[in-house]
Design a protein around this ligand. Structure first.
Ligand code: ATP
Length: 358
């Protein structure tokens, strides 16, 4: 029997609550399947670790998780520590050296969930946003001088390489090809940003020639926000830069009903390093410890992890269980307008896994 070694990094805030829910559900799924099992290693890295050790993860942290089959991540962020330290010290400190350059964010309106868009159905909003995850606006290039004086100056330089752009666009075309509609929208801002974004457009045109069976179009990011709201049915797969896709995918998550539902995968498609799966939401300290965090984003991320591990049947079983549960308003957490707790939703998903008769 295959045993998958998973590094669980709950991080901060509600991260702990949703990751332990995810672990419970994955264990139940493995027990139901019988063909594989999980061995979880838990790492207490994050804001509290930082307060004790002055860093978000140990110096050899990456070496400790390099050999795992996948990483299940909660959230990094702490009210007493600046966000750029928590982000760069943990999440980006894993994503970048592990070359998880493809950040994949599916959006769909799950059964029982109401979109803030009027009359939109689950058929009309079924997207995957591919976010470039290794360079661009978040490359970390820049500096700050003369801090605190009148002469203070700061730069954040977007850095795009031909290799980095070509590989993410190729990845997005391949993903679009694997979906029924075979439709890709390449998002840039090549009117105002006249160097790197123009290069994106050129590379998109070149790569598109390898995919004659995929229909594609390009769109400026500002216009894309309107299209997402006004004509959601015209969108299927989307590829955009680190910053643009970061913003578009939060909009997508809100349009699908709640930030608490949305999943994401940070993939190293070549599998030289483990890939990382996490809910899209942050630490949500306003509800931490209340037991009401929505665990669905973590469950859906776990589905993506199962697909990546080569267990699509188990992944589909988990997704079906999640959809059976979201369809029942008794299992909606407060972010969805309900009264259910994290534990109740988790128990309902486990029950749906056990009682599935496939
Ligand atoms: P960070 O700075 O780490 O991104 P944040 O608290 O600023 O964290 P999010 O955690 O992304 O931002 O959440 C924004 C709001 O959405 C929170 O205040 C919270 O109430 C709600 N929220 C986010 N995730 C969930 C969830 N899983 N379940 C319920 N509510 C959630």
């Amino acid at each position: 029997m295959k045993t998958y070694r998973i590094a669980a990094i709950p991080g901060d805030g509600i991260g702990g609550e949703v990751i332990s829910a995810g672990v419970e559900v994955l264990e139940a799924l493995a027990a139901r399947d019988g063909g594989f099992s999980f061995a979880f290693d838990h790492f207490d890295w994050g804001g509290e670790y930082y307060k004790q050790h002055g860093r978000m993860m140990p110096e050899d942290g990456r070496d400790r998780i390099r050999g795992h089959d996948a990483i299940l991540f909660g959230s990094a962020g702490h009210p007493e520590i600046p966000d750029h330290i928590t982000l760069w010290g943990l999440r980006l400190a894993i994503c970048q050296p592990f070359d998880q350059y493809a950040n994949v964010r599916p959006t769909r309106i799950l059964p029982g969930i109401v979109s803030p868009l009027r009359n939109v159905t689950d058929k009309e909003l079924d997207w995957v946003i591919v976010r470039e995850n290794s360079e661009g606006e978040y490359a970390g290039v820049g500096g700050r001088v003369h801090q605190g004086s009148e002469l203070e100056a700061a730069t954040d330089v977007s850095m795009f390489t031909r290799k980095g752009v070509a590989r993410i666009i190729r990845f997005a075309f391949e993903l679009a090809r694997s979906r029924p509609r075979k439709l890709l929208t390449v998002v840039t801002k090549s009117n105002a940003q006249r160097h790197a974004m123009v290069m994106w457009d050129e590379i998109a045109r070149e790569v598109a020639e390898e995919f004659p069976d995929v229909t594609w179009d390009k769109m400026l990011v500002d216009a894309m926000t309107m299209r997402m709201v006004n004509r959601p049915e015209t969108i299927d797969t989307v590829v955009a830069t680190n910053l643009h896709a970061d913003i578009l995918s939060d909009l997508a998550a809100a349009l699908a009903g709640s930030l608490g539902i949305a999943p994401t995968a940070n993939l190293n498609p070549e599998r030289d390093y483990p890939s990382m799966f996490e809910p899209i939401h942050g630490s949500a300290f306003d509800i931490t410890g209340q037991g009401i965090a929505n665990p669905v984003g973590t469950f859906w991320s776990s589905v993506m992890m199962l697909e990546h591990l080569g267990e699509p049947v188990a992944g589909a079983r988990l997704m079906q269980a999640v959809e059976r549960v979201t369809a029942d308003p008794r299992f909606h957490t407060p972010d969805l307008g309900g009264k259910a707790t994290t534990a109740e939703v988790t128990a309902a998903v486990i029950e749906a896994i056990r009682s599935a008769n496939d």
